[in-house]
Every structure is written in C-alpha cells, then in structure tokens.
Design a protein around this ligand. Structure first.
Ligand SMILES: NC(=O)c1ccc[n+]([C@@H]2O[C@H](COP(=O)([O-])OP(=O)(O)OC[C@H]3O[C@@H](n4cnc5c(N)ncnc54)[C@H](O)[C@@H]3O)[C@@H](O)[C@H]2O)c1
Length: 264
C-alpha cells in the first residue's frame, strides 16, 4: 500500500510557518493567546478587534518578539468594517490561508423571560451575524487564492443547553449551523470550515460572566467539567494552531470540543 508520508519528518508541532492568518477578537483572551502563538510559530497574523488599545498592545508584544503581527480596528457587527478589515488583510498579507472568527461577547445570566431585547439583539449581532459577515468576506478572499480554512470559535453552548445564557446559546447554535452548511457548500472550491467549542475558559469574558453569579453558581461553573477546573487560554490556542496547520486537512464541518470532558 502506498502511503503519503508528507510532513512526517518536519519535526515541528502544528507547523503554520508562512500561513497568512486573520483572527478577530485577537485583543484579549483566547484570541490574543492564539494570535501570539500563531505568530511565534511563523504565521503572518492580522488581528481585528474593536478594542484598539488592547489590540495594538498584543500586536506590539508579538512584534517585540520579532514576529509578524499587526492590528486593525473593526466592529464585526458592521458589514462595511468587516469588508475593510479583509481588504486590509489581503493587502498586508498578500492573501488569506486561515481566518479565525473568534470575536464574541457574553450577556448577563438571566432566565429567558427576563432577558432584555437589547441583550438578545446584541448577542445575535456580534456572536452570529458578526461571524456570518466574516465568513462571507473570507469566502470571497479565499476563492481568489485557491482555498483556505475558516475556524469559527463557537462554544459547547452551541452544542447543548446553556441555562441562563440562552441568547448566547442561540447565537452559538447558529454558528454551528453556518459552519456545517458552509463546509458542504464550499468544499468544491477547497475552503474548509470547522468550529472550536470550548467550555469555560479562564478569560476576561468568563470572569465577567462569573462576576454576575452567586458563590454557588461560580463553584458549579468551575467544577462543571470532570477535570473540575476552568480551561486555560493556552489549552485552546494550541488546538487552534493545530487546526490552522495542514495537519487538520481532512477535518471539515467539525465541532472540536475543548471541554475537559464535560460533554462526555
Ligand atoms: N471564555 C470562555 O469560557 C469561552 C467558552 C466558549 C466560547 N468562547 C468564545 O471564545 C471567543 C473569545 O472569547 P474570550 O473568552 O477570549 O473573550 P474576551 O472577552 O477575552 O475576548 C473577546 C474579544 O472579542 C472582542 N470583541 C467583542 N465584540 C466585538 C465586536 N463587535 N467587534 C470586534 N471585536 C469584538 C473584544 O474586544 C475582545 O477582545 C468568543 O467568541 C467566546 O464566545 C469563550
């Protein structure tokens, strides 16, 4: 039997050298950790985020370490701003191999009947429509450079119930629908779509959500996984780096859970 052993001798974990990568929400948490890891491993990275000061600081940290990483301000709820971000990335990087749609927000935990219109609408606008804006732009760019890989940061809240954060859960279920549908639609032009579905990861977003909980709910959140702790951002960025590498080349339309066994 003939086997394709291409790459086995490279000896580099999740080789992303030279990959042209755009990541949204790269100013904080999972996005910042992923942007810095990818740049450290030789990718050329553009960060898009609405938090300008923090985004510039992440880019500077990467640049000071000698890596290729730049920041561009964007609000993913605006189709026009997303188009401008992708035009910037195409110009700066000369093409796009990987797009990581990670920008997202939480909302104040509340039973469904007490959720405000504002919280519901904002969650759908950022966590669902924002991802769709970026997927649409990514498809246009990648179709011109022979294909690529879109990685959507969803959540286990997109795979199962998420009591008290139902608008967030609805948006993340929507992201799974977009991911799976696009995986079928664009395989013919060599664009893959996968989702990363973390459980509770120790980031500013989760700390913000937990600040709105009582002590009992906080402990339940921390101990929700069989590992009985929150995940660390590095435990997500490492998986994202693997996905961004060619090692994930036969994965398409998949929900990659990083949940310490919560859904097992
Ligand atoms: N932390 C977790 O436990 C967890 C679990 C599952 C999924 N996620 C998802 O991971 C992603 C990253 O979350 P995080 O925990 O690192 O949060 P975070 O708050 O640390 O980072 C989110 C980033 O998104 C940016 N952002 C928010 N709205 C934006 C907008 N409209 N336009 C552009 N940028 C915007 C913020 O400025 C911030 O830099 C989110 O999509 C989140 O839903 C997080």
């Amino acid at each position: 039997m003939t086997q394709n052993l291409k790459g086995i001798a490279s000896g580099i974990a999740s080789d992303v050298t030279g990959k042209r990568i755009l990541i949204t929400g790269g100013a904080s948490g999972i996005g910042a950790a992923s942007a810095l890891l990818l740049a450290t491993r030789g990718a050329k990275v553009v960060i898009g985020d609405m938090a300008e000061e923090m985004g510039e600081a992440v880019a500077k940290q990467g640049q000071d370490a000698g890596n290729s990483i730049v920041f561009k301000k964007v609000d993913v709820t605006s189709g026009d701003e997303v188009r401008a971000l992708f035009a910037f990335a195409m110009e700066a990087l000369g093409g796009l191999d990987v797009v990581i749609n990670n920008a997202g927000i939480d909302h104040k935990p509340a039973p469904m009947h007490e959720l405000s219109d504002e919280d519901f609408d904002r969650n759908i606008a950022v966590n669902l429509k924002g991802i769709w804006h970026c997927m649409r732009a990514a498809i246009g760019c990648m179709a011109t450079n022979g294909g690529g890989h879109v990685i959507n940061v969803a959540s286990i809240a997109g795979l199962r119930s998420a009591p008290l954060i139902s608008a967030y859960s609805a948006a993340k279920h929507g992201v799974m629908g977009l991911t799976k549908s696009a995986a079928h639609e664009y395989a013919r032009v060599n664009i893959r779509f996968n989702a990363v579905c973390p459980s509770f990861i120790d980031t500013p977003m989760v700390r913000h959500t937990m600040a709105n909980m009582n002590e009992r709910a906080q402990q339940a959140t921390i101990k929700a996984s069989p590992l009985r702790r929150l995940g660390e951002v590095d435990e997500v960025s490492g998986a994202i780096a693997w996905l961004a590498s060619d090692e994930s080349s036969f994965m398409n339309g998949h929900a990659f859970t990083l949940d310490g066994g919560m859904l097992a």
